[in-house]
Design a protein around this ligand. Structure first.
Ligand code: PGA
Length: 254
């Protein structure tokens, strides 16, 4: 697939896989995908598997991401993990503001923004998630919700930082539900986000920033989504847990 921005496909394993299961998955992923260079491939295991996965992917083109991090660098924050600690395991990406964290851990745009600044300070690339609920979509509020999230999460980040970041559009109603946004629905919101970035920064930043789609991405729908002009990759949940289906999503997107 010939696109101006390099596709980035990330697997978000969420709270799944023991260290042994993660090792087994990576062993098989390496055989299938280990040398692919046309797509940026990222896997985001739980914190407990980062050390072993990091060692296992050392000689491959697969990169490591974390699923969350603290906005603080160190100190009395029980249960939290700092960007610097992730760097110890060669983590390069970090998912921030996933809708599950917005919903269950009550993460706000302000907090996600602080985390994005902390990620950049540690040279980690944040994958900043935005997306509307079904209720918001049905009430015709999709653009307003996305605008508030994008503006809030990018506050005081400079253009260079935004170009390094990845935005992930994940309609909440499509996550883990089997309901994928139609290509038109996805393209509409992706184009809207890009126009918003152009308005907040400039056209160069907007043309540079990669915007992933997430929400029930599967081998069967990956290609039509990745072909959309403003879709630059995928954030995959459920289908990234199975080696075959994650590998097929990547292969079908090339
Ligand atoms: P899903 O999850 O692919 O299982 O819908 C996507 C996500 O939560 O990032």
């Amino acid at each position: 697939m010939n696109k101006t921005r390099k596709l980035i496909i990330a697997g978000n394993w969420k709270m799944n896989k023991t260290v042994a299961e993660a090792q087994d998955m990576v062993r098989r992923l390496k055989i299938d995908l280990g040398t692919i260079k046309d797509v940026d491939m990222v896997i985001c295991p739980p914190f407990t598997a980062l050390a072993e996965v990091s060692k296992a992917i050392i000689d491959t083109t697969i990169r490591l991401g974390a699923q969350n991090m603290s906005e603080n660098n160190f100190g009395a924050h029980t249960g939290e993990i700092a960007a610097g600690m992730l760097k110890e395991f060669s983590v390069r990406y970090v998912i921030l503001g996933h809708s599950e964290r917005r919903q269950f851990q009550k993460e706000t745009n302000e907090l996600i923004c602080k985390k994005a600044h902390a990620a950049h300070a540690a040279s980690l690339k944040p994958i900043i998630c935005v997306g509307e609920t079904l209720e918001e979509r049905e009430a015709g509020k999709t653009q307003k919700v996305i605008e508030t999230q994008v503006v809030g999460c990018l506050k005081n980040l400079n253009g260079g930082q935004v170009m390094e970041a990845i935005l992930a559009y994940e309609p909440v109603w499509a996550i883990g539900t089997g309901k994928t946004a139609t290509p038109d629905q996805a393209q509409d919101v992706h184009a809207y986000i890009r126009a918003l970035v152009a308005q907040l920064y400039d056209e160069t930043v907007a043309q540079h920033v990669r915007i992933q789609y997430g929400g029930s991405v599967k081998p069967g729908n990956a290609r039509e989504l990745m072909e959309l002009p403003d879709v630059d990759g995928a954030l995959v949940g459920g289908a990234s847990l199975d080696e075959r289906s994650f590998a097929d999503i990547i292969k079908n997107s090339i």
